[in-house]
Design a protein around this ligand. Structure first.
Ligand SMILES: Nc1ncnc2c1ncn2[C@@H]1O[C@H](COP(=O)(O)OP(=O)(O)O)[C@@H](O)[C@H]1O
Ligand SMILES: [Mg+2]
Length: 456
């Protein structure tokens, strides 16, 4: 693997690794062709044998799109080349933005004032107006705190065009689903992106900044993020954010211009001057997290929230003929800590009679949590939640974490499950505490082992 101090292409010296996921790395580096050397960002993508082409296509698209963008608050593209260093790498070089990501600011305990939120909203909307009004429009598709930098010049920058889409997806062909759970709107799970998909992600990001709680951890009611009681924002702004994050696209602002116009009207309205002065609202201790955890939200919310533990980035590929469904969630080993996070206890009572085997696990209301390591890639963990709705005789039915139906059979020791999505067939055997077995799908995934554990 590449190392600090290494010089690529006789020009770019790697200084510090800033992030890595699934064969991709982002490095802080310097361009030695300048005196003194100029800081740059170097993103590399390893091209392993049998590599899936999709991430490589996305990487090339990121470079291609960035090359054509010209906005003061988007890093400038500088270079693209390939190198061989045991492995073959594609390398992209872009302008380094001096500043701190909003995610790092959140992690440092920074609480954002209404004025700061207004500035972030305005500046990101201005960037989105630019991107969405290009021909063809450019959709970022992964707006979230770690992809926004609060620059040293006090402006907000949008980075990471690794999920970008620059033309409409063609119906009926394989498409790529990208985004981050908690920030991506529901339509993006189905591979569909519209201008307001980026607006939703901006809204979810602003909610995170305003509450200090990741949107994936906030309760939801009919897919609407419940955040109002955890902020000190004016009522108008809460309504504005609710409209930005409406799960139904028809109820969302339809474009960035409208959203910005509406925010400007709120700022001008008299209510603005009646809000609590900024100095009274800064640096308040964050009590939100504990109140969320203590609340025991309804099952549907638990399912959604548990899946969203942490900021999970997913990236899967499947054909458009499938119904809209969130894909399985894929994580690197870095998720170990998250897996240790206690799960919220669902609001259901376990089966009253003493039962063993599958029936101890599969009864109406039970929720199972699955951690699964694929045999072909031991570093990848997939997580699912399974909620059982009905059991009748040896038949049961329920929903998967994505809300879509699953059904199957149980007896004392055998468990089967079918999921029409991706044509998956699961079968396993039970102990009183878990179900383990294998899953196969002719469509999207290789055969793999699974293990469901009880959460309640
Ligand atoms: N142009 C840039 N200027 C400054 N920092 C950057 C820039 N691009 C990326 N970074 C830093 O590197 C991190 C990872 O880069 P990013 O492009 O978001 O890749 P990915 O999320 O795909 O790993 C960012 O969260 C940010 O901290
Ligand atoms: Mg990123």
């Amino acid at each position: 693997m590449l190392q600090a101090q290494q010089i690529l292409h006789d020009r770019y010296q790697l200084i510090q690794l800033l992030g890595q996921v699934l064969g991709r790395q982002t490095w802080q580096a310097v361009d030695l062709h300048h005196t003194p050397p100029v800081p740059v960002i170097v993103k590399v993508m390893a091209f392993a044998e049998q590599s899936n082409w999709e991430p490589i296509k996305l990487f090339e698209r990121e470079a291609k799109v960035l090359q054509h963008l010209q906005h003061p608050h988007i890093p400038h593209y500088q270079d693209f080349f390939s190198i061989e260093d045991h492995v073959f790498y594609f390398v992209m070089v872009q302008e380094f933005i001096a500043g701190t990501t909003l995610k790092d600011l959140l992690n440092q305990g920074h609480r954002f004032s209404q004025e700061q939120l207004d500035q972030i909203a305005t500046e990101v909307l201005e960037i989105l107006i630019y991107l969405h009004e290009l021909h063809p429009p450019v959709f970022h598709r992964d707006i979230k705190p770690s992809n926004l930098i609060w620059g040293e010049d006090q402006h907000v920058y949008l980075i990471d065009f690794g999920a970008v889409q620059d033309k409409a997806a063609t119906e009926g062909v394989t498409f790529t689903v990208v985004g981050t759970y908690g920030y991506a709107p529901i339509e993006q799970f189905g591979g569909r992106t519209v201008p307001s998909s980026d607006l939703y992600a901006l809204g979810a990001t602003l909610i995170h900044l305003a509450t200090g709680v990741s949107p994936a951890h906030l309760p939801q009611k009919q897919l609407c993020i419940q955040f109002a009681d955890k902020t000190k924002l004016s009522a108008n702004r809460v309504k504005w954010l609710e409209k930005l994050t409406a799960p139904d696209m028809a109820r969302r602002f339809s474009n960035a211009r409208d959203a910005l116009g509406s925010l400007e009207m709120i700022q001008e309205s008299s209510e603005y001057s009646l809000t609590v002065p900024q100095h009274l609202r800064l640096s308040q201790p964050d009590t939100n997290q504990s109140s969320v955890n203590g609340k025991n939200p309804v099952i549907a919310t638990v399912v959604i929230n548990v899946i969203g533990l942490g900021s999970v980035v997913w990236l899967v590929f499947y054909p458009t003929s499938f119904p809209i469904t969130p894909p399985p969630i894929k994580e690197g080993t870095s998720s170990v800590q998250e897996l240790e996070t206690p799960l919220p206890s669902p609001n259901v009572s376990p089966s009253p009679e003493r039962v063993h085997g599958c029936r101890a696990l599969i009864y109406p209301g039970s929720v199972l949590f699955n951690i699964h390591t694929w045999s072909d890639n031991p570093t990848v963990v997939w997580r699912y939640l399974l909620q059982v709705k009905t059991v009748s005789g040896n038949k049961w039915s329920g929903t998967f974490g994505d809300g879509l139906p699953v059904y199957g059979t149980i007896d004392d020791s055998q468990f089967t499950m079918k999921r029409d999505t991706w044509n998956q067939e699961w079968s396993g055997t039970c102990s009183d505490d878990d179900i383990t077995g294998t899953m196969s799908s002719p469509v999207a995934s290789p055969t793999g082992k699974f293990s469901f554990q009880r959460t309640n």
